[in-house]
Design a protein around this ligand. Structure first.
Ligand SMILES: *[C@@H]1O[C@H](CO)[C@@H](O)[C@H](O)[C@H]1NC(C)=O
Ligand SMILES: *[C@@H]1O[C@H](CO)[C@@H](O)[C@H](O)[C@H]1NC(C)=O
Ligand SMILES: *[C@@H]1O[C@H](CO)[C@@H](O)[C@H](O)[C@H]1NC(C)=O
Ligand SMILES: *[C@@H]1O[C@H](CO)[C@@H](O)[C@H](O)[C@H]1NC(C)=O
Length: 440
């Protein structure tokens, strides 16, 4: 091991001053960059490769189209591509032409196992860019090919009107298109299309589970790792989220009477208008933390991502069965309670109408008497010390545990129960406290 490391270090030191590397694909030539891993292993990085046509204009809200060949020009993938529209400090990092993936490999020859990272962010923030949370420096110490990718987010990715204009799940269909790209092209980068592991965190973990259920994703991967989320929360799946679509239309000053006219207007708004209206899309603070919904699509002639409720598919055992590792982190999402408790206006909502606001924050069906009753009982069980008043720091532990169970635990346990009769599952509970651990 050490010997290998020294040899690779020498190779690196001896290498010429050529900083770039090029690969030929069926679509055209791609230029990458040479980087080094955490332990000093040299590898090649091809970042920001376009895998779909830019989802602009008529392509907004609908199924993505595969990218057209760019030959004879060379696609410059030597730096990170843009992230999908979302609030961000540096908007030069953001573009609607964001359907990009990144390939990291030590060697263009051979067939190494491929790991595909699906990023977190509740389906409305973050990206697969290398410079934030999806960097390759650790994986490239090991013998694999890593792919990370972007998919459409927020209303641009998940507008679901229950009609052909915006059938829903566009962001997940983007992921499918990227997985198809991997099947066709990854061997050019030294990756084995017959050994693809999906690794998803949070919204990415929900995505991995959904790819096991979707007819679109069958056969495109071979193993899954689901970290910290599953698609089995308390709210039933519906065929649209017209309420949220109209909310977005209202914020964009688009008419809401006819869905066709509404969506037509929404297609013409600049993406920055979606970014600047993010706050207005939530009920209060960042609640509900899963705001844009995955839907069961009716047939409008489009290729459908989900054709029935994931509960039904799992119970029937008729899904794409791959071996899984899945687990959660202790006190996961305690940070959500921490964030809310530090905000006076949110605390005052909880204190004036706990049942209404807790139903939203705990991802229960909104505006239902059943959810309100549940919120009442949950407060008694989890927060007996806060029956008179909710306040920081007294309520943090109880409310933190409640958030952990409601946002992550419930759905995780349902996922295990539904899947484990049909496919091998290995579980973990992550509870390591390191020097960067915060809050608890
Ligand atoms: C970049 O990678 C290519 C292909 O392995 C190699 O020929 C070249 O020497 C590398 N450049 C550097 C500076 O490592
Ligand atoms: C913003 O991002 C661009 C592109 O990544 C970069 O060139 C620029 O330095 C960044 N600006 C700031 C202020 O960080
Ligand atoms: C507190 O929450 C309110 C309501 O969501 C929000 O408008 C406000 O910006 C938040 N304040 C801080 C300091 O985050
Ligand atoms: C709940 O009901 C209120 C009042 O009828 C309405 O304004 C709000 O949009 C509803 N919220 C949800 C999430 O359905």
């Amino acid at each position: 091991m050490l010997k290998l490391f020294v040899v690779e270090l020498l190779v690196l030191l001896a290498s010429s001053s050529v900083l770039s590397i090029e690969v030929d694909t069926d679509l055209g030539r791609v230029r990458g960059a040479n980087l080094t891993s955490r332990l000093g292993v040299p590898f090649h990085a091809f970042r920001g490769i376009r895998y779909a046509e830019p989802p602009l204009g008529d392509l907004r809200f609908v199924n993505p189209l595969p990218v057209k060949p760019w030959s004879p020009t060379t696609f410059d993938a030597s730096e990170d591509g843009p992230m999908c529209p979302q609030p961000w400090d540096n908007m030069t990092d953001v573009s609607e032409d964001c359907l990009r993936l990144n390939v990291y490999t030590k060697d263009l020859k051979g067939l190494r196992p491929v790991i595909v990272f699906l990023h977190p962010g509740g389906f409305y923030v973050f990206s697969g860019q290398s410079k934030y949370l999806a960097g390759p420096e650790h994986f490239m110490d090991r013998d694999c090919v890593l792919v990370s990718l972007n998919y459409r987010l927020g209303s641009l990715g998940f507008l679901a009107t229950g009609s052909k204009e915006a059938p829903g799940n566009a962001g997940l269909k983007d992921q499918v298109l990227a997985l198809r790209w991997i099947q066709r092209h990854i061997h050019r980068f030294g990756g084995d299309p017959g050994s693809v592991t999906l690794l998803g965190y949070s919204a990415g973990s929900i995505s991995v589970a959904l790819h096991m259920l979707s007819p679109m994703s069958r056969g495109l991967f071979h193993r899954g790792i689901c970290m910290s989320a599953a698609p089995y929360g308390p709210i039933p799946f519906k065929d649209n989220d017209l309420r949220l679509a109209k909310r977005q239309a209202g914020l964009l000053k688009c008419p809401q009477e006819s869905i066709a006219e509404m969506v037509e207007c929404m297609r013409r708004k600049p993406y920055l208008d979606y970014v600047s209206t993010y706050n207005g899309m939530f009920e209060f603070g960042w609640n509900p933390v899963l705001n844009w919904r995955i839907v069961v699509e009716e047939d409008f002639g489009q290729e459908r991502y989900l054709i029935e409720s994931p509960f039904k598919t799992a119970r029937r055992g008729d899904f794409y069965k791959v071996p899984l590792i899945t687990g959660i982190t202790e006190f996961e999402f305690l940070s959500g309670a921490f964030f809310d408790l530090r905000n006076e206006s949110i605390v005052s909502r909880y204190n004036t109408d706990w049942e209404q606001y807790a139903s939203i924050a705990l991802l229960l069906e909104p505006n239902s008497t059943k959810s309100q009753a549940a919120s009442r009982v949950l407060r008694e069980k989890y927060m007996p010390e806060s029956m008179d008043k909710i306040e920081y720091p007294k309520s943090l532990k109880g409310m933190g545990e409640l958030f952990s169970d409601a946002l992550i635990g419930v759905s995780f346990h349902r996922f295990l129960q539904l899947m484990s009769p049909h496919t091998p599952i290995y579980t973990y509970l992550f509870r390591y406290k390191g020097r960067y651990t915060r809050v608890v």
